[in-house]
Design a protein around this ligand. Structure first.
Ligand code: ZN
Length: 395
């Protein structure tokens, strides 16, 4: 599925809403179902959303209004989904980065596998394996930066992406003790959404500017779940680890780093029993260190479908036997062109990395100067349907 919007923010949203209306409706229904599984009342959440709409910024509220009109999904439901999606349907995820000389011929690189749990509500037409539906999102507004990313249909925020100034962004939830003990109570705080913060960060023109903005924003309004956000440009890679009570920043130059679903700087806050994140982090660092300075998009695609320690919950490409297990649903690999940022390249697969990356029909490789080269299968759901399967595709 491909969504491509241009014009003012409302028009961007309306085009996107029209193109994938069924998937927007499906994702919002999943979200509302998840809300109703908790003790939170919908009316209470709607009132909270009206108070906290400003967390999204005016442009995104306009875009959500456009998505609502384009998809004919009520604005109030889409607003909830965009404000609290991270809280009720959290992402897992693995991120790797190689900065400057450690990347490809001096170009910095970023990779993210996006992992998610499913819901029993995600059944019927348009669903695969009870999971939220992902789209390639291309935003080309009249004002501000252009963005290509991976998103869930109906959300303005992105899971991973790049802008036309050569800044790439990714994120991960962190499985801290605080998260497990549910000390994060959205009834008591205004909470930011990580996917939305990535989108906000990509309105900036460098990784430092993006990190400054986002770091300040989460000091004022922490994210609804603890987690990391990564920003990379041609010169520097920055990882912001943020929880309610801590923030730490990792700065990477001409070197590599990775994150799974645990903090590396704020290690003392992690759940000790989270074996999967330890396995994935160590495997990522091994692959990065063994290949530093000789990395390519193809190698990053290989890392994304890596099954060492699995295939299962502990491998980079994550599989499960039940939809409540967190498994990989999509991925992106990015190479930043420092001298010509518009020629930075992003490859996105919709579906399971070990299926989609191994078939030239399973992923799209896109740059800002070649948006017309995206295969049609990404626009009508055929790619997603062909490449989504929990069954591991082994070598
Ligand atoms: Zn796999």
């Amino acid at each position: 599925m491909l969504t491509y919007g241009s014009g003012n923010n409302y028009d961007v949203g309306k085009t996107i809403g029209q193109q994938v209306s069924d998937y927007v409706r499906a994702n919002v229904n999943i979200f509302l179902h998840e809300v109703l599984q908790t003790n939170h009342k919908l009316g209470w959440l709607q009132a909270k959303a009206r108070e906290e709409m400003s967390l999204l910024g005016g442009e995104c509220v306009d875009e959500i209004a456009g998505i609502a009109d384009g998809s004919r999904v009520p604005f109030r439901d889409l607003l909830l989904y965009n404000l609290y999606g991270d809280y009720f349907i959290p992402d897992g995820c693995t991120v790797m980065m190689a900065v400057g000389d450690a990347g490809h011929q001096g170009n910095s690189m970023l990779m993210k596998n996006s992992d998610q749990v499913g819901s029993e509500s995600m059944v019927g037409d348009g669903f695969n394996q009870n999971k939220e539906i992902y789209v390639i999102q291309i935003v080309d507004p009249e004002e501000g930066n252009r963005i290509i990313g991976l998103s869930a249909a109906g959300r303005t925020g992105i899971k991973v992406g790049v802008n036309n100034k050569g800044v790439a962004a990714g994120s991960n939830i962190a499985r801290t003790v605080e998260l497990r003990e549910k000390k994060v109570d959205i009834s008591k705080v205004r909470a930011s959404d990580r996917t939305q913060l990535l989108r906000d960060g990509l309105q900036e023109n460098s990784a430092v500017e993006a990190s400054n903005l986002v770091s300040k924003m989460i000091l004022e309004n922490p994210t609804s779940t603890p987690g990391s956000m990564e920003f990379v440009d041609s010169g520097v890679g920055i990882v912001i680890e943020g929880s309610y009570t801590h923030q730490a920043i990792d700065v990477v130059r001409n070197d590599v780093t990775a994150r799974a679903n645990r903090f590396q700087l704020l290690e003392h806050t992690n759940q000790p029993e989270d074996v999967s994140s330890v396995c994935r982090y160590q495997r990522c660092m091994q692959l990065l260190n063994e290949n530093a300075g000789e990395l390519t998009l193809e190698k990053f695609r290989e890392f994304s479908r890596d099954h060492v320690n699995g295939p299962g919950q502990n491998s980079i490409c994550r599989h499960g036997s039940h939809y409540r297990e967190e498994t990989s649903l999509g991925a992106a690999v990015i190479e930043i062109n420092g001298s010509a940022p518009e020629e930075s390249v992003i490859s996105i697969c919709l579906g399971k990395p070990c299926h989609a990356w191994r078939d030239s029909n399973g992923y799209a490789t896109i740059s800002f100067d070649q948006l017309d080269t995206i295969p049609s299968g990404f626009g009508d759901g055929t790619v997603w349907n062909e490449f989504y399967s929990e069954e591991p595709r082994l070598p």
